[in-house]
Design a binder for this molecule. Structure first.
Ligand code: DI6
Ligand code: FE
Length: 416
């Protein structure tokens, strides 16, 4: 913890006591404060520290004092990589894969992402919203207060803009912060078969300017892969994104090493994602540019991958590691970020503390939001979760169990 904050905050509306705090600042395990207190002023954290250090008469002069019942408070969870807006399901493809077909084979035969594209194109805005909302709500029920949502299942102008509008509406309808990402370079749509360069022209010249003009996305992402787009094509997407003032991220090194991590780093990407096949050179480049590694254990598990992302190397070069659900119908049909914590520990050998940092501090960083969210510190958004647990490691330890007690977002206690 930083030095005791003695100054009495000007505005304090409510106070949480009888709680322990996993502040997730980088000061010791979990940035832990036993017997803590947290004061809210407006939508921000006004004061945080040990209860005995609470300034002056603060406890007696606030309107609302909440009893955390000896539980733990963590920052609101951040799911920094999802594709949760889509129509339909890919359960049939799951069955095919269980009979031996690979993800790449299915994709090459026009299934996979393309089948979700065709269902998403047919869904109107209302239907897309109705199909996507339960996925978002499931994430929120586990304490997620910030969610990135990628487009990329429309691929034509109209459907991509529709997906991004749905993402925006979700953020208006529910008490959650949505960070929308334009992922036009996700797959080649059937109408551009054999013309991937022309499709990238379309992405850069027709769609991205509209996305930027309508402020429908904060970031731009691409799938740089043998079954996706080449590094050169990815570069063109990034050039345009930069000109339009959009942040960049990249699906890199999921199935092979195309040096996407180096490319992402060259463009100052906030994150590079998946990374099972990333090389030491790629990791060095990410470290130099401050690019966050977003690991997706749900996709690793669901595709029964065996190549574990190089956690040791990422740690050696101090690349921050974030974790996310990758919620999507093809390779990670999950809406449980808590399950991802357990999978990161069992499959990737991360510690429960590293896993929790992955969905708080580092998740925030992967969205370029580290100044606002991701840790419990004065001045940051009052987005936090009260858990009925005796030890923060329980969040990663249990499987299929949700100890959530309460969620506060922007200073408001949400009704469960
Ligand atoms: N990687 C992913 O995680 C999703 N897209 C991608 O490039 C999967 C998309 C899908 O199979 O529907
Ligand atoms: Fe993904």
């Amino acid at each position: 913890m930083s030095p005791v904050q003695k100054k009495i905050p000007l505005q304090v509306d409510s106070l949480w006591t009888n709680v322990h705090l996993a502040t997730m600042t980088e000061t010791g395990p979990y940035g832990m404060v036993k017997d803590g207190a947290l004061a809210i002023g407006g939508d921000k954290i006004a004061w945080i520290g040990k209860r005995i250090d609470l300034p002056g008469d603060l406890e007696s002069r606030v309107d609302k004092v909440y009893d955390g019942q000896n539980g733990w408070i963590t920052p609101g969870l951040v799911d920094c990589h999802t594709h949760l807006v889509y129509a339909g399901s890919r359960a049939r493809e799951f069955e095919l894969r269980l009979q031996g077909a690979t993800y790449e084979e299915i994709a090459r035969q026009g299934g996979g992402i393309r089948s979700t594209v065709s269902e998403t194109r047919q869904a109107d805005e209302e239907s897309l919203l109705a199909q996507s909302a339960p996925r978002l709500q499931a994430l929120m029920q586990e304490g997620v207060t910030t969610v990135e949502i990628k487009s990329g299942y429309g691929l034509d102008l109209e459907t991509e803009l529709r997906m991004l509008r749905v993402a925006r509406h979700l953020g208006e309808r529910f008490p959650v912060t949505i960070v929308p990402t334009y992922l036009g370079a996700h797959a080649l749509p059937p109408e551009y078969e054999g013309q991937s360069d022309q499709y990238i022209d379309f992405v850069c010249n027709k769609v991205m300017p509209q996305v930027a003009a309508q402020k429908l996305a904060v970031c731009v992402d691409a799938f740089c892969e043998s079954i996706g787009f080449t590094p050169e094509q990815t570069e063109r997407v990034f050039e345009t994104a930069k000109k339009l003032g959009l942040k960049v991220k990249l699906h890199a090194e999921q199935l092979s090493d195309l040096q996407g991590a180096e490319l992402a780093a060259r463009y100052g990407a906030v994150s590079a994602e998946h990374l099972e096949y990333v090389s030491e050179e790629g990791i060095k480049a990410m470290a130099a540019s401050g690019t966050v590694a977003v690991l997706l254990p749900g996709a690793f598990y669901f595709l029964r991958e065996t190549r574990v992302p190089p956690i040791d190397l990422l740690q050696r070069y101090r690349v921050p590691i974030a974790l996310a659900t990758d919620c999507n119908p093809g390779i990670s049909p999950t809406t449980s970020l808590l399950l991802m914590l357990n999978m990161a520990c069992t499959l990737f050998r991360m510690t429960p503390e590293e896993a929790l940092a992955g969905v708080t501090r580092n998740g925030a960083r992967a969205l370029g939001l580290r100044q606002k969210i991701g840790t419990l510190e004065p001045g940051k958004d009052a987005d936090f979760v009260v858990w009925d647990i005796a030890d923060p490691a329980e969040l990663a330890y249990r499987i299929g169990f949700n100890p959530l007690q309460q969620v506060v977002r922007h200073g408001e206690l949400l009704t469960q």
